[in-house]
Design a protein around this ligand. Structure first.
Ligand code: URA
Length: 440
């Protein structure tokens, strides 16, 4: 690719003129083929980050990135669905959503990532299961989904390879937080799955990437616009992310929490979010007439064991031996690694739980190995925490409200921070629904 052409693109972005679409397509192909000067890519990313680009350009960028690699081809994608979440503390929905939807007759070819922030990603959680293999190529993904209805695979160079290089450069040039670049990165990979329908969970709050409703809405609108522009029936749910989701946070612990939901004994908070997402996909694909009916179908496949059976089949198809998969579904604790220590943290006051500082807890868990500081860091699956009370519950001074799972000793500072993560009020209060708004 001629450097003069890239200079022209950079100039067009800087002067808020539309980028030449043929040059933009060539640029994305050159990025995917790694046949372009990195310095030019850095300057283009900085220009987009500083000036923004239009919705039409974002859609074109997304499409170009999607087409830079394999796109899974279904003869009919009406029942092919997926979900993407911008991520939060205790956000383990994919582990339940894929098998639940497969049990309801939908097809879920899910690509997911490892975590670089304070918590592990979906792939880190699945890799806490002994033998679970997330390295599937697009053909293997398609074959598995056709056989059992779902797979969860790690993002790889076969899919949207332009994103691999762009994301790595964004990371070192401080250009991650750009709505068009985030949109193109996420939606190009989802679109490469060949989806008919997509639900987006855009987290909003103190423990989310988007902390204000305005920012979350901006990202949701941009992602919905690009996905619809590529012909995918898409809706975004903006959901509250101040306090941790459910009872378990940490990679092995979130597998445990997910299996418990599929066994019909999980936390209501976790199940409610899974239902919110699954119901949207079931109604949009015509598998249910209403959210009420969708909820009934979801309850049925949990109660009759079909969702758990799908989860077991997914594990077996992805490398887990049959005995381990069976045990995982019956007594997950017998299969998942356990931490050397569990420290109980007691409430200091009596009252109603009004806040649990997710970021504080997640940061301490990350320091002990539950998350990464750099991409080379190894996750320690068994590190994390269990929250013994729900928000709004009454608690007495001296009650154990948190169990922290760790291998290394806790410092005085860790203990103080863990203790101070809980806030109570004297008055009972009404807990708001996690769903804040819907963008479609
Ligand atoms: N996840 C992605 O895959 N890309 C982004 O840009 C942000 C989150």
């Amino acid at each position: 690719m001629k450097s003069d052409d890239v200079e022209l693109l950079i100039q067009q972005v800087q002067s808020s003129n539309p980028m030449d679409s043929a040059i933009l397509d060539n640029f994305i192909q050159a990025v995917a083929q790694r046949s372009i000067d990195i310095k030019l890519v850095e300057r283009w990313l900085k220009a987009v980050h500083s000036n923004g680009i239009s919705v039409a350009e974002t859609t074109q960028l997304t499409k170009g990135m999607m087409l830079s690699g394999a796109v899974i081809d279904w003869s009919d994608n009406a029942l092919v669905v997926d979900k993407h979440s911008t991520g939060g503390v205790g956000d383990k929905m994919s582990l339940m959503l894929a098998p639940i939807l497969a049990a309801c007759g939908l097809k879920v070819p899910m690509l997911a990532g490892r975590g670089l922030g304070h918590t592990g990603g979906t792939i880190d959680k699945l890799e806490a299961i002994p033998g679970f293999n997330c390295s599937l190529n697009p053909l293997q993904m398609k074959t598995q989904v056709e056989a059992i209805g779902c797979c969860i695979a790690a993002q790889n160079d076969a899919i949207a390879p332009a994103d691999g290089l762009l994301y790595a450069i964004r990371d070192v040039t401080d250009t991650i937080d750009s709505i068009p670049l985030i949109t193109a990165s996420i939606i190009s990979k989802k679109a490469a799955e060949g989806l008919g329908t997509l639900v987006l969970d855009v987290k909003c709050g103190k423990a989310a990437f988007m902390q204000t409703l305005e920012d979350a809405t901006g990202l949701a609108e941009s992602m919905v616009g690009a996905a619809k522009g590529l012909g995918i029936n898409t809706v975004a749910q903006i959901t509250q992310m101040d306090y941790p989701i459910g009872q378990y946070v940490g990679n092995s612990l979130e597998v445990l929490g997910s299996v418990m939901v599929l066994q019909g004994k999980g936390s209501k908070d976790t199940l409610d979010i899974v239902i919110l997402q699954c119901a949207e996909l079931l109604t949009r694909t015509g598998k249910a007439e209403s959210h009420v009916q969708a909820e009934k179908i979801i309850s049925q496949v949990i109660d009759n064991g079909m969702a758990l059976e799908k989860f077991k089949h997914m594990c077996i198809q992805q490398g887990v031996d049959q005995i381990t998969a069976q045990k995982l579904c019956e007594n997950p604790q017998d299969v998942l690694t356990q931490s050397a220590h569990i420290t109980e943290i007691k409430a200091q006051d009596t009252g109603y739980i009004c806040e649990i500082d997710s970021m504080m807890l997640a940061d301490i868990a990350r320091k002990h190995g539950a998350g990464r500081f750099s991409i080379e860091d190894e996750i320690i699956a068994e590190i994390g925490f269990e929250i013994c009370f729900e928000r709004g519950n009454q608690i007495n001074s001296g009650d154990v409200w948190l169990k922290f799972h760790h291998n290394e000793s806790l410092t005085e500072e860790d203990l103080n921070k863990l203790t101070n993560s809980l806030s109570t009020t004297a008055q009972p209060f009404v807990i708001k629904n996690r769903l804040i708004s819907i963008i479609e």
